[in-house]
Structures are given as structure tokens and as C-alpha cells.
Design a protein. Structure first.
Ligand code: ATR
Length: 343
């Protein structure tokens, strides 16, 4: 698989297709057995996918044992068997709930050292602020992240759900290697504001939920009863309306001889090329066959006319991309305090 350097010449080299490991332990259905998770990650590396995404916030109770299942821990165990030098690890801090928690100072340092322990490593390739804390000036947060870089605990830093203004202020303190942001055929608001800012600053984009939380595939025939039941697009009449739109993507994929999810990923890379920005999506999966299919999509070419046709499919998408509490921490809603201001 091709490799991409996120964040310019001094940036972080990763595989063109990464992988989100969140759903291995939580949120989209039940966790999968540890040995299957470790095999899935090993097979991903064998397929050329070496860039793995996790977070401090991806922790949940095991439905059987009641014990806490830390997503970082299972990735750490997999990496220990595969070899640390074979992978790039991206993780995020921001408390057990990504929506809260002081994002600075001692808390961040403690969070980082706890993550290192769970990941069984002495350095994190890419450490993100999961959600911007509205009450802590971003300069202070990034200043502490930079101290972690200087200490060798972290190699590169990133932001998630940060507005262009916050990205600029952060980048002035320490180079931001990439911004992780929801981006898919049906979530494209960042193309207006975040993409131009990142392009100008030489920052890469890591699209999260590149498959629309599984909707942009051949597999989601009806709403699920996991956390996705709270996402307005993925329930009720909105689901049906969006499914009717998705049928156009399914038909195009069929005609092209590929899977719907592969076409959704190929669109992202092609759109990144068109907009002149490095894009490294991290589709999440619990299945080896889906992981392999996603990796193969990295070589799928789509023409300008296919790109244009796909880009228009979800112009009429129905429903917000997240529920109310989720949206409150997203970049257009969540404002960051400016040092010295009263607001
Ligand atoms: P997130 O970033 O939130 O994890 P995503 O990457 O857009 O969201 O989508 C993840 C979902 O897509 C998962 O539910 C995954 O289901 P499996 O665990 O069953 O694979 C689904 N998914 C990933 N790759 C897929 C593929 N190639 N075909 C069908 N579904 C896929």
C-alpha cells in the first residue's frame, strides 16, 4: 500500500489507509474476542495498513465480565506481538467521555503516561486533543502537548473537531501534523473551512467515520440498536431517505465491480487530491474481510465524472451528523476561550 506523509516533510509517514480500532471493544455492537482482535490487527499490517487509531475515551464495561475494556490496551497487546516498529499509533486524550475533562496540564500528562502504559510503548506517534475544551485557551493545551513532544513521550500532535481559528492558533504554538475530522460522502461541511485552512498550513486530514459509521456500505440494511440509534441520520424516516440516496452509490459500485464501502473510500482520496490535501481515512472494522476490502480500495481509481457524480449523491442528506450532546463538542458549535478575554 502507498504511504503518505502527514504534515509535510518533517511529518509522520503512515499507510494511505489506516484503521480505527474503537469498535473492537465498544460502541458498535459487542466487543470481539481478544485473540480475534489481535489477529485482525496483525492481518491489517500484513495487508499494508500500519496506522491505527484509538483513544483514551474508548473504554467500556465488558458486557460479560463487567471489567473495563480499554481499547488502547488491546491495541497495545496486538502491537507487542506484531512489533512496535511495524506500526504507527494514533491516540487521543480527553477523559473517559470525549465531551468533557480538563484538557491540559497535569491531567494531560497523566493521561499520556497512562496511555503509554496501556499501549505498551514509550512513545505515541500521534497524540490528539480529542475535543477542544472551551474553557482552556488552545495555546495552553498545545503548549503542554509540545512539552510531551520534548519529553519524547509523543512524536507528533493533532487536533480533532477544532475550528479553523483554533487550528491556526494551535499551529502557531507547535506544528500540528493532522486534524482528525468526520469526512465522508455524506458529511462534507469541513470542505468549506477546515480543508482550506489545513491546506494553507500544510496539515493533513484524517477522516473519521469515513463510512458514515457503517451506513456507506453494503451491510447496513436497517438501523442498529447500538450507539448509532442516537445519530439522527441513522434512524427512522431519515434512515430510509438516506438509504434511497445510498442506492445510487450501490448501483455505481456494482457497475464498477467493487463494494459500496470501497467506492466511499475511493471518493475520499480522490476528493483529497482534487482539493490538494493529504487524506488518510481510518475506517473502523471488526472483520478481516472488511479490513482487506478497505485496504484494496486504496488502489481503486475513480474518474472525474465518477467523482462529480458521487459528490452530488448526498446533497439532500437528511438529519444532522450527530445528536445534540455530540454536536455541542463539534467545531462549529464549540468555541474556545481566548486568553485574556472575558468570554
Ligand atoms: P467510525 O469511524 O465511527 O468507526 P466508520 O469507519 O465510518 O465509522 O464505519 C465503521 C463501521 O463500518 C463498522 O460498523 C464496520 O462494521 P464491521 O465491524 O462489521 O466491519 C463497518 N465497515 C467497515 N468496513 C466495512 C466494509 N468494507 N464493508 C461493510 N461495512 C464495513
Amino acid at each position: 500500500m502507498k504511504r503518505v506523509k502527514l504534515g509535510g516533510p518533517d511529518g509522520l509517514e503512515v499507510s494511505k489507509c489506516g484503521m480505527g480500532v474503537m469498535s473492537i471493544t465498544a460502541f458498535y455492537g459487542d466487543p470481539i474476542p481478544d485473540k480475534d482482535a489481535i489477529e485482525l490487527i496483525a492481518q491489517a499490517v500484513a495487508s499494508g495498513c500500519t496506522f491505527f487509531d484509538t483513544a483514551e475515551a474508548y473504554v467500556a464495561e465488558d458486557p460479560v465480565s463487567g471489567k473495563l475494556l480499554w481499547n488502547e490496551e488491546i491495541l497495545g497487546r496486538a502491537v507487542a506481538t506484531i512489533g512496535r516498529d511495524k506500526v504507527e499509533i494514533g491516540t487521543k486524550f480527553g477523559g473517559k467521555s470525549a465531551m468533557s475533562g480538563p484538557a491540559m496540564g497535569d491531567h494531560m500528562k497523566q493521561a499520556c503516561y497512562a496511555a503509554l502504559k496501556r499501549l505498551q510503548t514509550d512513545t505515541i506517534d500521534l497524540y490528539y486533543l480529542h475535543r477542544v475544551d472551551p474553557n482552556v485557551p488552545i495555546e495552553e493545551t498545545v503548549g503542554t502537548m509540545a512539552e510531551l513532544v520534548q519529553a519524547g513521550a509523543v512524536r507528533h500532535i493533532g487536533l480533532s473537531e477544532a475550528s479553523p481559528e483554533v487550528i491556526r492558533r494551535a499551529h502557531a504554538v507547535h506544528p500540528i501534523t493532522c486534524v482528525q475530522q468526520e469526512w465522508s460522502l455524506y458529511t462534507r461541511d469541513l470542505e468549506e473551512d477546515i480543508v482550506p485552512a489545513c491546506k494553507e498550513l500544510g496539515i493533513g486530514i484524517v477522516p473519521y467515520s469515513p463510512l458514515g459509521r457503517g451506513f456507506l456500505s453494503d451491510d447496513m440494511a436497517s438501523p442498529t440498536d447500538d450507539v448509532r440509534q442516537f445519530f439522527p441520520r441513522l434512524i427512522g424516516d431519515a434512515f430510509d431517505a438516506n438509504k434511497a440516496l445510498r442506492a445510487q452509490v450501490e448501483a455505481m459500485a456494482k457497475a464498477k465491480g467493487c463494494h459500496t464501502a470501497q467506492l466511499a473510500l475511493a471518493w475520499l482520496w480522490a476528493q483529497g487530491d482534487k482539493l490538494g490535501i493529504d487524506v488518510v481515512p481510518i475506517p473502523g472494522t471488526t472483520k478481516i474481510r472488511n479490513m482487506q476490502s478497505n485496504c484494496l480500495a486504496a488502489d481503486l481509481h475513480i474518474s472525474d465524472s465518477e467523482l462529480a457524480e458521487l459528490s452530488a449523491v448526498f446533497d439532500g442528506v437528511v438529519g444532522e451528523r450527530g445528536f445534540e450532546q455530540y454536536m455541542s463538542s463539534t467545531y462549529r458549535v464549540n468555541k474556545n476561550v481566548v486568553k485574556g478575554s472575558d468570554s
